[in-house]
Ligand binder design. Structure first.
Ligand code: 5RP
Length: 236
């Protein structure tokens, strides 16, 4: 399945491959979004088709839903599942406390809802995602399109007053148009460099009118499976 891969893709693949060992017959599984999660979905599909694994998958994006169906996984909605045994997803950054930045692929809202509705969340990531302090990766914040520039100004002013940010957030684009999430919203990427109080920042952001969700996943991830370019894997 993996063929000839670059070191980074190999690292993603081996982390994804190891993660499916945690999936058991009959489970309801949250299926993450992104290139690493896509490997995991393909691996699960192989187990469904070839080993008779029976699971129900709850995708975190239309992309993942399409891939899951293509590889033979039964797809149900979160409302049908109600609660999940396990979610496996990628991340843009993880720190030593297993706190995360997610949303590089724009699916943070469904990803956070699904992960929070799971008994367990496992993150799969290449070693390049490991950081001492969150924030080098721009923090995605999903906002309602109505008045998004006003929301952006409010976010920037609030963060400046917290000593967190200069006027440095950007609207995520898709070519010449704003990137639109599965929920029809926009994404502001906050260029913070280093986030000191991630928990506080996550709470402050979510209190602002116009902000739907932010990409900080605090105390949600239970375990990280880290892949290396030489094929080694660590479970943390
Ligand atoms: C999507 C995400 C992804 O999990 C994150 O961006 C990592 O992606 P990749 O596995 O392609 O590096 O949060 O919203």
């Amino acid at each position: 399945m993996s063929g000839e891969l670059s070191p980074i893709d190999k690292a993603k693949f081996v982390a994804a491959k190891r993660s499916v060992d945690f999936v058991e017959h009959g489970m309801r599984v949250g299926l993450g979004t992104g290139s690493t999660a896509a490997w995991m979905v393909r691996c699960l599909g192989e187990m469904v088709r070839e080993d008779g694994l029976k699971i129900k998958g709850v995708p975190t994006s239309t992309r993942t839903a399409q891939l899951a169906r293509e590889v033979g996984i039964e797809v149900i909605s979160l409302d049908e599942a109600k609660w999940l045994d396990l979610t496996i997803d990628g991340a843009d950054e993880f720190d030593g406390d297993l706190n995360l930045i997610k949303g590089g692929g724009g699916a943070l809202l469904q990803e956070k809802i699904v992960a929070t509705a799971s008994d367990q969340m496992i993150v799969i990531a290449d070693i390049g995602k490991q950081v001492d302090h969150l924030g080098a990766f721009p923090l995605p914040v999903e906002v309602i399109p109505f008045g998004w520039q006003t929301t952006q100004a409010l976010v920037e002013e609030t963060l400046i007053s917290m000593d967190v940010l200069g006027r440095n957030s950007t609207l995520r684009m898709n070519g010449a148009r704003p990137f639109v999430t599965d929920e029809g919203n926009y994404i502001l990427d906050l260029h913070l460099n280093r986030i000191g109080e991630a928990r506080q920042l996550a709470m402050v952001l979510n209190q602002m009118p116009g902000v739907v969700e932010n990409g900080l996943f605090i105390d949600i991830c239970d375990s990280v499976i880290v892949g290396y370019g030489d094929g080694r894997v660590e479970v943390r």
